[in-house]
Design a protein around this ligand. Structure first.
Ligand SMILES: O=C(O)CCCC[C@@H]1SC[C@@H]2NC(=O)N[C@@H]21
Length: 235
């Protein structure tokens, strides 16, 4: 059963969900905040969180037989893409591992954090606002022409879409989730630069996503490189 909770303001819905997980909260719970004062992004970055955008977190308790936990990033990306794509004037695509871009500008981000058998999945969607002054293009649903988009209504639809893709991941495994992700991600051959967590930068072209959810990069010399973590810059 899905349970949606709302708070006007918090530090981070991921941090709050972590506290709920420690109290034993079951799967299916969602927490949404109107604004965050300490929103967390990937790679230790902050996530600007003014009123008007969607900030929410849920949890999945890993059960025996589940696919690899980190592949929940693909479940979340499929759900967020399905929510956003029909509302945007431009083309929405998934960027590995789990950003959603519209015509190359970031509109949503997903942050997975693990606590014991629980994976916390935090989702931020730019609805009415997007940050300015970044070194990368960003956009929002309103900037994409979805003038009526509203965070609360989006939250309900997102919870349904996430439950749908989680059910497929559990019942059928990663393959159908991966296949759908590939249809909606950057096409094979897309040039990209990968900044790995240790700072190493690798240039290449997107080849595919392997069955562990790793990005397979084709290097200029024809070799393949499997990337398990990093920041992707489309070049
Ligand atoms: O860097 C990214 O792309 C991931 C951003 C994730 C932001 C969301 S907003 C709701 C949840 N709470 C957080 O503190 N972060 C995530």
């Amino acid at each position: 059963m899905t349970l949606l909770r709302f708070v006007e303001e918090t530090g981070s819905t991921n941090a709050d969900m972590l506290a709920l997980v420690e109290q034993g909260v079951p799967e299916g719970n969602w927490l949404r905040a109107g604004r965050q004062t300490g929103g967390r992004g990937r790679m230790g970055r902050a996530w600007e969180s003014p009123v008007g955008n969607l900030y929410c977190s849920t949890l999945v308790r890993i059960a025996p037989g589940d696919p690899l936990p980190h592949t929940l990033a693909l479940v979340a990306a499929n759900a967020v893409h399905a929510l956003i794509a029909p509302l945007c004037a431009g083309q929405a695509r998934i960027k590995w591992p789990n950003d959603i871009l519209v015509d190359g500008a970031k509109i949503a981000g997903i942050l997975l954090e693990r606590f014991g058998d629980a994976i916390i999945i935090g989702i931020g969607i730019n609805v009415t606002h997007h940050p300015t002054g970044l070194d990368r293009p960003v956009t929002s649903l309103v900037a994409q022409g979805a003038a009526d988009a509203e965070a609360g209504a989006l939250m309900e639809r997102l919870a349904q879409l996430f439950a749908h893709w989680l059910g497929i991941w559990r019942a059928q495994g990663l393959d159908p989730v991966r296949a759908h992700w590939l249809i909606n991600a950057h096409p094979t051959g897309t040039p990209m630069r990968v900044v790995q967590p240790d700072g190493e930068v690798v240039e290449g072209a997107f080849d595919t996503l392997d069955r562990q959810g790793m990005l397979i990069l084709r290097l200029a010399n024809g070799e393949s490189r499997a990337i398990h973590a990093g920041d992707i810059i489309l070049t």
